[in-house]
Ligand binder design. Structure first.
Ligand SMILES: [Cu+2]
Length: 159
């Protein structure tokens, strides 16, 4: 069977791209430690109201001096709201949901997590600028999803 030279060029080109993409995934996985989370924290969404941390979520400082913000996302609000934290300080957010999947995105930053019923999502972030930040839900969660907005007030000197 004879294959036209242009057809050969396109086949080898397409094959080369596939090899390149698969190699990129493999190399990234190995060199940048792209892997599933090693620790998964679960929580019972049905008993959230009686939970010591999430029953009445409040910004608090742990015994070793870390600032922790437990957040409950539920139709159609975030608790606590507003959240007040200091600037230039690592803040650990711990987020869960009492009903359906919500999003927790701090607008203007790279802080973004899903709030999933039954699980706690955790990340740590420092705010370099004082001021008010909006929190938006970026997972469609119901008829009032577009109204699901919270506020983080970052206290500190203005630059
Ligand atoms: Cu939503």
């Amino acid at each position: 069977m004879s294959v036209n030279v242009y057809e050969k060029v396109w086949m080898w080109g397409a094959g080369g791209l596939i090899v390149l993409f698969v190699a990129a995934i493999g190399i990234t996985a190995v060199t940048q430690a792209v892997q599933p989370p090693s620790h998964i924290e679960t929580i019972d969404p049905a008993t959230l109201a009686d939970h010591p941390e999430f029953g009445d979520p409040q910004v608090h400082t742990t015994a070793d001096g870390k600032i922790v913000v437990p957040v409950v996302a539920e139709m159609f609000q975030f608790r606590p709201d507003p959240i007040e934290v200091p600037a230039h300080t690592p803040i650990t957010f711990r987020i869960t949901s009492g009903d359906v999947v919500h999003g927790f995105e701090i607008v203007g930053t790279n802080a973004n997590a899903m709030a999933i019923p039954g699980y706690v999502s955790q990340f740590t972030v420092s705010f370099q600028k004082a001021g008010d930040y909006d929190i938006v839900c970026n997972e469609f969660c119901g008829v009032m999803h577009h109204m699901m907005v919270g506020t983080i007030t970052v206290k500190g000197e203005h630059p």
